[in-house]
Design a binder for this molecule. Structure first.
Ligand code: AMP
Ligand code: ZN
Length: 135
């Protein structure tokens, strides 16, 4: 546990939450500022500030849980779709510095705008960017 980290305290049961799933490694609870009905957070009990600090096997296990719980949420809430979102760094919208994966059930006409505005790029720029990422 990391001193002063609210998700460490929630994940480890020190602060109550509306838990929908728990095992030795994770707690999954409802977001208190939900984007839509059922918005939940998959949170590892061991502190890692973001994806880069998260052990690889925990990252894999979190995605496995997203598949299982996401399907359950869509079926039982009769949602029309699901966004699986994970923010790293302030520039990417991360406000809580303890890794978490958002499960956001989507409903036709739910009024949310989670997708981005598509930009423009030339084939030459795409070549440069791909080369830059490969390093
Ligand atoms: P992010 O912006 O990706 O860091 O997401 C943080 C999320 O945590 C937001 O959707 C908040 O509404 C949610 N949140 C913050 N504090 C709590 C809390 N105590 N219990 C449940 N959800 C929380
Ligand atoms: Zn923490």
């Amino acid at each position: 546990m990391m001193e002063g980290c609210i998700f460490c305290r929630i994940a480890n049961g020190e602060i109550p939450s509306k838990t929908i799933y728990e095992d030795e490694r994770f707690r999954v609870f409802l977001d208190l500022g939900p984007a839509t009905k059922g918005h939940a957070l998959i949170v590892p009990k061991a502190h890692a500030s973001d994806l880069f600090e998260l052990p690889e096997d925990t990252a894999a296990a979190a995605m496995k849980l997203a598949k299982k719980l996401g399907e359950q949420m869509v079926n039982n809430l009769r949602a029309d779709g699901l966004n699986v979102i994970q923010n790293n760094g302030e520039a990417a919208g991360q406000t809580v510095k303890h890794y978490h994966l958002h499960l956001i059930p989507r409903y036709k006409d739910d009024g949310q705008h989670i997708l981005w505005n598509p930009g423009e790029v030339s084939p030459e720029e795409l070549d440069l960017i791909a080369a830059q990422i490969k390093g």
